[in-house]
Design a protein around this ligand. Structure first.
Ligand SMILES: *Cc1c(COP(=O)(O)O)cnc(C)c1O
Length: 413
């Protein structure tokens, strides 16, 4: 097979061999159900407990604050519907408020939208009595993709039950000021005599950040935080939600008592062991790897912007994930570029893996104030631990040729 260069780590990563090895005993040898009383069950239960301790210690939480879920989407959903289901019954005549941003992943945006729709008929009329309904505010971001905290301050109200702001954006990599947002929420609660276990609560989708950034929930000031395995060299379909002790969540899935009834169903023990191992490895290496990979990223960005006229970086130049480069190349449709690069042995993507099947413009690039056209002309290169300088050199060699060809074609059309 011809050599492939994988530059799409924000979509998903390969499994770390060390993670695979850690998971190995739990497929066939220690296959037990952690809820069983016998020895087989005990072995599985031990692995589950150990994994929970590992994950908790990596984010400075307690083991009972970790809920394992089947992926990042599920973790986001549990945070949003969990809080909405438990805390919407405020002593107020107004709908409960949720504050999020215009650049969230669809796992957050679509969940918020469902709550909004539940509350209103298509013509905007209230479907539910106001106090049972939901109203969602979507915060704007700057041209460089950073959330506007002045808007957060203004949007906070007595009815607000949840604020959800992603830690780092999956499309253009901008890192959000989470601890500053937390302080604004804390101050708001103080001014309104609200205890820490009263809403509003602060959730962050930290899925893209988990491989590179500080994940200490106290330093970040979070009440809820979502992480998954598939972006950190762990298993796909695995994730967890951190939920502060004492914060009550309404279950989204109904069944047995696993994960305190919040994620019922037989635990994927191998997956959980893998998730914990993967998280442990990336967190241990994060400073060194962030330094190495941001060097490669800057080399990529500088190279592309220099070699390709009318190309622009999307997202903040400094406050960005060490592995993300999102670039608009005017006059070149992102989808075509991806296919030509693929044929040349390079895997990358348009904004997000989830929208690339559709020709919808990216809501994230639009939120930066760019045109629909600019959004269609954007590509994302996301680096990972196997990438070397020679990979970037190869990209910088083939990309200008492809762009030239595509620009000629579109000029003829
Ligand atoms: C990938 C991703 C998700 C979804 O996670 P899954 O494990 O695929 O369900 C949610 N949010 C962000 C920011 C992501 O990058």
């Amino acid at each position: 097979m011809a050599k492939r260069i994988y530059l799409d780590h924000a979509a998903t990563t390969y499994l770390d061999p060390e993670v695979k090895m850690a998971m190995e005993p739990y497929w066939e040898k220690n296959f037990g159900n952690p809820s069983s009383l016998h020895q087989e069950g005990m072995e599985a239960r031990k692995a589950l407990n150990t994994s929970r301790k590992i994950v908790a210690s990596l984010i400075a939480a307690n083991p009972d604050e970790i809920i394992f879920t089947n992926g990042g989407t599920e973790s986001d959903n549990l945070a949003i519907f969990g809080v909405a289901g438990q805390y919407s019954d405020l002593e107020t005549e107004f709908p409960s408020g949720i504050i999020t941003t215009k650049i969230e992943h669809h796992a957050v945006l679509n969940s918020c939208e469902v709550l909004e729709k539940r509350a209103r008929l298509p013509d905007g009329q209230a479907r539910l009595p106001a106090k049972q309904g939901f109203e969602v505010s979507y915060l704007n971001v700057s041209k460089e993709g950073i959330v506007d905290l002045k808007e957060l301050k203004k949007a906070l109200a007595k009815e607000t039950i949840l604020v959800s702001i992603m830690y780092a954006n999956n499309e253009m990599g901008a890192i959000q000021p989470i601890s500053e947002a937390a302080k604004i929420i804390r101050d708001f609660k103080k001014q309104n005599n609200l205890a820490s276990l009263q809403p509003p609560f602060f959730h962050s989708d930290a899925i893209q950040a988990a491989g590179y950034l500080d994940m200490n929930v106290h330093r970040l000031g979070l009440d809820l935080m979502s992480v998954n395995g598939s972006k950190i060299y762990g298993p796909k379909g695995m994730g967890f939600l951190y939920a502060k002790r004492g914060l009550k969540l309404a279950p989204v899935i109904h069944g047995g008592g696993q994960e305190r009834g919040l994620r019922p169903g037989t635990e994927n023990v191998a997956g959980i062991v893998g998730l914990a191992k993967a998280f442990e490895i990336v967190q241990k290496n994060k400073e060194k790897e962030a330094k190495r990979i941001s060097g490669l990223r800057d080399y990529l960005i500088k190279g592309v912007l220099k070699k390709i006229p009318r190309s622009f970086l999307n997202g903040h130049p400094i406050l960005r994930l060490p592995n993300n480069a999102n670039i608009t190349i005017s006059g070149v449709e992102g989808e075509s570029l991806i296919l030509y690069l693929d044929a040349a042995g390079i895997a990358c993507s348009t904004g997000s893996a989830c929208t690339s099947q559709s020709l919808e413009p990216s809501h994230v690039i639009l939120a930066l104030g760019k045109s629909k056209e600019a959004s269609h002309c954007s590509v994302r290169f996301s680096l990972g631990k196997k990438n070397k300088k020679s990979d970037i050199d190869y990209l910088l060699k083939v990309l200008p040729e492809i762009v030239k060809k595509l620009r000629t074609i579109s000029a003829v059309k």
